[in-house]
Design a protein around this ligand. Structure first.
Ligand SMILES: Cc1cc2nc3c(=O)[nH]c(=O)nc-3n(C[C@H](O)[C@H](O)[C@H](O)COP(=O)(O)O)c2cc1C
Length: 194
């Protein structure tokens, strides 16, 4: 065995979504964030395009991100469809986190690799982010949705037309007991052919 299978199995199973409302104020160190992002870089990438791009928000930038998302949400819905609770969530979630990472896919100029594969590569990088955060005992939350996918977000993150924001990844120390996960057993998800 080249690595400890029991360690890696534990880590994979232990990775859990923990939302900013359940974070405590304790700050995540820059060195930890760099370690987390360095893991992200090692995701698989077809054609070695390395399509991931991360925008890291901390401190005052978290407040700005919250305001931007709340206002983008407000401007995207009619008065009847507006929910104050939803607005407040957009506004407050970043500031409840120690760090928020915008998960971006930068499209290669020549578009040799299909877009779906570039998105898949970035998703793999997010798994690396989440697993590394888990190893530190940090909570992580991948949040997607219409605001993340909006053209306003693209411009806020200085992305090009063909680039994508795949969501925001919130990180913080959990203030709750580590949640337990649940998954269907393998029989439901596999078909074996011999
Ligand atoms: C691409 C992607 C987007 C997601 N977006 C959201 C989201 O917008 N809101 C949310 O509550 N959870 C989101 N999640 C997290 C899932 O809700 C979470 O993974 C699921 O509940 C299983 O929990 P676990 O991560 O603890 O295993 C997203 C997950 C993925 C893979």
């Amino acid at each position: 065995m080249k690595h400890s299978l029991s360690d890696i199995k534990e880590l994979i199973k232990d990775r859990r979504t923990i939302k900013p409302e359940d974070f405590k104020a304790r700050k995540v160190l820059d060195d930890q964030i760099k370690e987390i992002l360095n893991s992200a870089r090692w995701a698989p990438t077809h054609g070695k395009t390395e399509p991931w791009h991360f925008v890291v928000f901390q401190e005052e930038a978290l407040k700005d991100l919250g305001k931007f998302m709340a206002e983008t949400y407000k401007n995207s819905v009619s008065k009847e469809d507006f929910f104050q609770k939803k607005y407040d969530k957009f506004l407050n979630r970043p500031s409840l986190s120690s760090v928020v990472i915008a998960i971006c896919m930068k499209r290669q100029q020549i578009e040799k690799i299909p877009e779906i594969e570039e998105i898949a590569a970035v998703a793999c990088s997010v798994q690396n982010i989440h697993l590394t955060a888990t190893a530190y005992g940090l909570g992580g939350y991948w949040s997607s949705g219409q605001v993340a996918y909006s053209k306003e977000m693209k411009s806020y993150l200085n992305l090009g037309e063909k680039d994508l924001c795949l969501g925001l990844f919130y990180i913080g120390y959990p203030d709750i007991d580590w949640p337990r996960g649940q998954r269907k057993t393998l029989e439901y998800k596999t078909e074996w052919r011999k």
